[in-house]
Design a binder for this molecule. Structure first.
Ligand SMILES: Nc1ncnc2c1ncn2[C@@H]1O[C@H](COP(=O)(O)OP(=O)(O)OP(=O)(O)O)[C@@H](O)[C@H]1O
Ligand SMILES: Nc1ccn([C@H]2C[C@H](O)[C@@H](COP(=O)(O)O)O2)c(=O)n1
Ligand SMILES: [Mg+2]
Length: 223
């Protein structure tokens, strides 16, 4: 385990972090969806949302909406983090996630692009760990070169281009993914909670594998 993963493990959760062993049947189910920028997190979350009655909460999308909300005190800071490919402080992101969960009134959530670093993880544990049941961490694996191609293609075809879908921001986002997010995936892997899926394949094929994973998930009934 890397040093940073070790730090995560001793982040003060005392083991009660919604790690799959504390489900009382009433807490909302959460699947964290992680992977490199462009690995297909948003694409797969939308497919699961449509098929399986999950709410898709993209941390990045929630932050983008907050950034554009008139009068938001966090808007400028969020934009700076996005351009620099760095991670917004968890107090902002976790509150947006919790509010969206409460507003939905639903029970099954795909939390896309979170937790991205130790600050995210520890903030979630503190604010949400005891209130949620983590089913597993879906890790979509695809090489950087392919992800870069996908993002450039997304930017070329979008009516509104994301401020971070350019080569300079992308390089920084990948660095952040390697340095900050991979240790989080390693941490969950050490707890047996990572489900790795090869995301190089066509979206439908990847989706079918995820559906099978969900069917095999203890304590979760596929809709
Ligand atoms: N399995 C796939 N095969 C081919 N193209 C894909 C696949 N999955 C996603 N894409 C395309 O790649 C681009 C990026 O996908 P998506 O937005 O889902 O990635 P992401 O992981 O959410 O990225 P980000 O972290 O930047 O939000 C999109 O244009 C999408 O249509
Ligand atoms: N937990 C998160 C998720 C996202 N962000 C910021 C920084 C990312 O580069 C950007 C885009 O996220 P994406 O849509 O690619 O998942 O949003 C963050 O700070 N913290
Ligand atoms: Mg996305």
């Amino acid at each position: 385990m890397s040093d940073s993963a070790e730090k995560v493990q001793h982040g003060g959760d005392g083991g009660a972090i919604g790690d799959g062993h504390h489900d009382d049947g009433k807490k909302p189910n959460v699947i964290f969806v992680l992977g490199a920028p462009g690995s297909g997190k948003g694409t797969q979350c939308e497919m699961i949302r449509k098929d399986l009655n999950f709410v898709h909460l993209s941390a990045g999308d929630l932050l983008r909406v907050e950034r554009e909300t008139p009068g938001s005190v966090n808007g400028a800071a969020i934009l700076e983090h996005m351009k620099n490919g760095t991670i917004v402080p968890v107090e902002i992101t976790c509150t947006l996630l919790e509010n969206a969960m409460l507003k939905s009134g639903e029970k099954n959530f795909l939390v896309d692009g979170f937790p991205r670093n130790q600050d995210n993880l520890q903030g979630w544990i503190k604010q949400m760990g005891d209130k949620t049941n983590l089913l597993f961490v879906l890790f979509l694996e695809a090489p950087e070169e392919l992800c870069t191609k996908r993002i450039l293609s997304r930017a070329a075809n979008a009516s509104v281009v994301r401020p971070d879908d350019n080569v300079e921001s992308m390089r920084k986002r990948f660095q952040t993914y390697i340095n900050d997010t991979m240790p989080i995936i390693e941490y969950y892997h050490s707890k047996g909670l990572v489900r790795k899926v090869d995301s190089v394949r066509p979206p439908d094929v990847v989706h079918q594998e995820i559906v099978q994973l969900l069917k095999k998930t203890e304590g979760f009934q596929v809709a």
